[in-house]
Design a protein around this ligand. Structure first.
Ligand code: ADP
Length: 251
């Protein structure tokens, strides 16, 4: 039946079919390469903190008793690398999900209140000043915990890449609610802006590592936003600062 159906196709139709088949193969290959690249990047990134932990712990084992001054430095390094590894593993597990597996639990919520709570938790955790501006209550239908997680990614970046106060604002425009997170930090060079959403991408690896980043925050934010039907806008000027805006549909 298939052969007969093919026989009835015109030359042009067969050509078009072949073209789309080739295109499909290309896409599959591209996806497969991406997957391979991701696994290799992930293993590499997890290896780095492990190496630090291994070398500091073996140093402590060999010299710890005779050189107690090593203790503080080693324990600090082991601890911060262990924290980074935990964060990375948590983020990798979330990234392994596809959008249907996000299991969103939307419920009615006041965005103003939700954002204010996130800001408070963040301020208490990091002791950073966050200015909060809002035009009033905004009723929306959202997964409260997931949205808080999303906001946290941007607050955490603002903290890592700026020293001054951070401003968070909420409001509505054209049937959308927005949450804006603004910092006056180092900013992102224009040519790097499209790449920062790629997994493991960091503008400056050494500097970012010192801040304790994983390079996965923004790619996770993108996936989470997509699952929520939200959109992320990232504006930045190198040396002046960055503004991240989460746009949530109100319908
Ligand atoms: P990381 O864990 O390294 O912060 P992200 O995926 O969250 O990873 O961000 C990717 C890169 O984008 C960061 O390493 C940093 O170079 C840049 N970046 C993200 N947010 C900001 C910001 N608010 N200011 C300056 N650079 C930023």
């Amino acid at each position: 039946f298939k052969r007969l159906a093919l026989k009835e196709k015109s030359q042009d139709e067969l050509y078009e079919m072949g073209k789309s088949f080739n295109h499909m193969i290309d896409l599959l290959e591209e996806n497969f390469e991406k997957q391979e690249q991701f696994v290799s990047n992930a293993s590499h990134e997890l290896k780095t903190p492990l190496t630090v932990i291994e070398s500091y712990s073996s140093l402590l084992k060999r010299r710890g008793k005779e050189r107690p001054e090593l203790l503080e430095e080693s324990v600090d390094a082991i601890h911060s690398e262990a924290v980074r590894m935990r964060e990375m593993t948590e983020q990798l597990l979330l990234l392994a999900k596809n959008s249907e597996q996000w299991d969103l639990q939307p419920e009615p919520a006041d965005l103003q209140e939700l954002v204010q709570q996130s800001v408070k938790v963040f301020q208490n955790a990091y002791g950073r000043t966050v200015l909060f501006e809002s035009s009033g209550p905004i009723m929306a239908y959202v997964d409260i915990q997931k949205l808080k997680q999303l906001i946290f990614i941007f607050l955490d970046n603002a903290r890592k890449y700026s020293d001054e106060s951070i401003t968070v604002s909420t409001g509505t425009r054209e049937r959308h609610a927005f949450v804006k997170i603004l910092d006056h930090g180092i900013g992102i060079p224009k040519e790097e802006l499209p790449k920062v959403f790629d997994r493991f991408y960091r503008v400056d690896k050494t500097r970012s590592r010192k801040q304790g980043g994983t390079g996965l925050g923004l790619s996770l934010a993108k996936e989470m936003a997509e699952a929520m039907g939200a959109r992320i806008e990232l504006e930045s000027v190198e040396g002046l600062g960055t503004t991240a805006t989460i746009w949530l549909p109100l319908d």
